[in-house]
Design a binder for this molecule. Structure first.
Ligand code: NFS
Ligand code: SF4
Length: 672
């Protein structure tokens, strides 16, 4: 039976726009290797689940409360209740904020691990890590009111960096268990944004506390007011966005270097025919950074040669890939949906995983090949498969562990069978941290966001859109990201991107300065060409969505575009999200005042009240809200409409009609 007529497998051309993925999926099917694309055809989604109306938080359930058409259009009263009397809104909301809690826990627990290693480094107990960006360390110290100078013989001198690092590590680690007050980083937000949080009482006290409180409040028979439940979801999400995630990004930058523009390659074609291929997959750079260090050692290259290989290629997958790409220009083998296909090439000696977004099927697919599936984290093991190996990572012996992993991979090289690597690779320019954007756009001697603001005010740039998040096997791979972003940049919106969305852009050729002339509208293209940047700026991993918060805050501070994040002609989008992390991220953007467009629905449709609260009422409270539109081009148009409304509110809507403005025009606009 050919693939196209077999209802049990996916039709490759219909599930992805990426030619490497299409080819490899067809190849996998020809070999009888099943992937997520095929399973998505076989397994249908459950309506109760997608609408959020199944409650199984006590053993009297599961209680399922189907939404009827009459309830939906308000022609019939909503009397649905579970055994205990829980309403649909309570059930939907409990499910929703538990997802927020899980997403925030994932990012923030990653942050905790980074902070623990950072502290061990500061105490000189984790010798393989060091302080790579001392300027950033001193800046971070400032956020905790830790002194960076001290008095010696009557004069102020810079404090020792290791002493500062110990203070920073300790202060940071305490943020997780803090019980009272508010997180230190909240004060990094614009004052007016902080004032909203204060007014509505959503400032998180401690990172862990807000997550635990969600678990308590959603236990059987506790919080029964959907507004109160969402309120806690908001508080918890801020503890991640302006807490766990942002702190992790900062400390990773201090230890591994703050990203600055560099070039890199992406797609399965980065795998090598004659070298040992090691893929680092997951999210936590603690392991992958060490593997990158180890692979550059002459002794390791020599070891690979002793096994008949021409050396090593270390490439990345999912957000671990983004971490080593933006800091070291290491190649990306692929995104979340390509992980099984990477193994199907037969060229991967070791798939080394840490945490998050690792499909359990990898162990099964690895078994069809020689690939070693190497788990590294005590919290993420795999019980299945003869090719599964656990090499437990230890921050005190980090480089040794990395070498051990590389040796396992090299030892496996002679076991390779048939190899089938697609030729696709794309070049990209990446690494636009907030600091890098500041220096790139500010030009000359001092970094500044003022030139960016000028270009937004004069209308060359219409607005800023953060397009982020996952791939999802239920929507066409890469297509939703690429179609949305092409529409946005054609309409002069500059894009900030992270996660698997950034990878879709890389594969589609949108992450090069040349892409501006091809895809961007005239205003945006002019700015990109003048500064030499792509129209889509790759800022890093999903954790680094915190960089979008800090960049947006810089825009507010640069002046002329309002007082709070909610005033900006800006939006966020996750057209193909799938993970709970994405929900946690979306909620912190909304609570920070950002309009967030998603292309896969939240599981909230079962409660019209909850839906209305998240898609409308949130805007009155915080200035941001959720919106859902599955068609990526229509979604882009709604985003543009939102941006234009913000421009009108700021009084800069006229500017776009005469794109070329000089300074006196700008002063006129500001005075108006
Ligand atoms: Ni983000 Fe990264 Fe990709 Fe989604 Fe997974 S890799 S943290 S969660 S799937 S973008
Ligand atoms: Fe059913 Fe209530 Fe138990 Fe949920 S908590 S399963 S609605 S009885």
């Amino acid at each position: 039976m050919s693939e196209s007529t077999n209802p049990k497998v996916a039709v490759p051309e219909q599930v992805s726009i990426d030619t490497a993925t299409i080819k490899m999926l067809r190849y996998a099917q020809s070999k009888g290797v099943e992937t997520i694309f095929d399973r998505a055809v076989k397994m249908k989604q459950c309506n109760f689940g997608t609408e959020g109306i199944c409650c199984r938080i006590c053993a009297q359930g599961p209680c399922r409360l189907p939404l009827t058409k009459g309830i939906k259009d308000g022609t019939e009263p909503d009397n649905r209740v579970g055994l205990c009397g829980a309403t649909a809104s309570t059930i939907v909301d409990r499910n929703f904020i538990r997802q927020v809690a899980a997403g925030c826990a994932s990012h923030s627990d990653h942050g905790r691990g980074v902070t623990e290693t950072f502290l061990a480094m500061a105490h000189r107990e984790a010798h393989d890590y060091t302080i790579k960006d001392e300027i950033k360390l001193r800046e971070v110290a400032g956020f905790y009111d830790i002194p960076v100078t001290e008095e010696k013989d009557g004069v102020q001198v810079p404090r020792d960096k290791w002493a500062i690092a110990v203070d920073v590590g300790e202060r940071a680690l305490a943020q997780w268990g803090q019980q009272r007050g508010e997180l230190a980083y909240l004060k990094r937000a614009p004052k007016a944004t902080q004032a909203r949080w204060e007014k509505h009482g959503v400032k998180p006290r401690g990172i862990d506390r807000e997550i635990v409180e969600i678990m308590h409040r959603t236990h059987m028979g506790v919080d029964q007011d959907y507004r109160n439940l969402i309120h806690q979801g908001s508080r918890c999400s801020l503890g991640n966005g302006w807490g766990g995630s942002m702190m992790a990004t900062d400390l990773q930058d201090v230890m591994f270097g703050t990203p600055y523009p560099t070039t890199g390659k992406i797609n399965l074609g980065v795998l090598s025919r004659d070298k040992v291929n090691v893929i680092v997959h997951g999210h936590d750079p603690l392991v992958s950074e060490m593997i990158v260090c180890a692979v550059h050692l002459p002794e390791m290259q020599e070891y690979a040669r002793s096994k008949g290989a021409a050396g090593f290629v270390v490439s990345g997958m999912c957000c671990t890939a983004n971490e080593i790409l933006v800091r070291h220009g290491m190649p990306i083998a692929g995104d979340y949906l390509q992980q099984e296909l990477a193994v199907v090439t037969g060229a991967v000696e070791a798939m080394v995983v840490d945490v998050q977004c690792i499909m359990e099927s990898l162990a099964r697919v690895s078994e069809c090949y020689h690939t070693k599936f190497i788990t590294t984290m005590p919290i993420a093991k795999c019980a299945y498969g003869k090719n599964t190996v656990h090499v437990e990572f230890d921050e005190h012996l980090a480089l040794e562990k990395a070498k051990e992993i590389l040796r396992i991979a090299a030892d496996n090289f002679p076991n390779r069978g048939e190899v089938h690597i697609p030729s696709e690779t794309n070049r990209m320019v990446v690494g636009f941290s907030t600091e890098a954007i500041k220096y790139h756009l500010g030009g000359t001697f001092r970094g500044s966001f003022v030139p960016l603001n000028d270009n937004i005010i004069n209308g060359r740039i219409r607005g800023i859109v953060g397009v982020v998040g996952c791939n999802n096997a239920r929507v066409e791979h890469d297509e939703v990201h690429v179609a949305m972003i092409k529409e946005l940049i054609a309409n002069d919106c500059i894009i900030l991107t992270t996660g698997c969305s950034a990878m879709a852009c890389g594969k589609a050729g949108l992450l090069t300065p040349e892409a501006a002339a091809v895809y961007a509208g005239p205003g945006l293209a002019e700015v990109c060409e003048a500064v030499g940047i792509p129209p889509v700026l790759h800022m890093g991993s999903c954790l680094d969505n915190s960089r979008i918060l800090t960049a947006a805050t810089e825009v507010v501070h640069a002046g002329g575009l309002g007082k709070e994040l909610a005033d900006l002609p800006a939006a966020g989008a996750a057209p193909g999200w799938m993970s709970e992390k994405a929900i946690g991220i979306g909620q912190y953007f909304v609570t920070s005042g950002v309009y967030v467009m998603i292309g896969v629905p939240l599981a909230i449709a079962g409660s019209p009240e909850v839906k209305r609260h998240l898609e409308h009422d949130m805007e009155e409270l915080y200035g941001g809200k959720w919106d859902y539109e599955p068609d990526p081009v229509l979604a882009a148009r709604k985003i543009i409409q939102h941006i234009d409304e913000k421009r009108t509110a700021l009084g800069i809507d006229k500017a776009r009609e005469r794109v070329l403005l000089d300074m006196s025009d700008r002063r006129e606009i500001e005075a108006a």
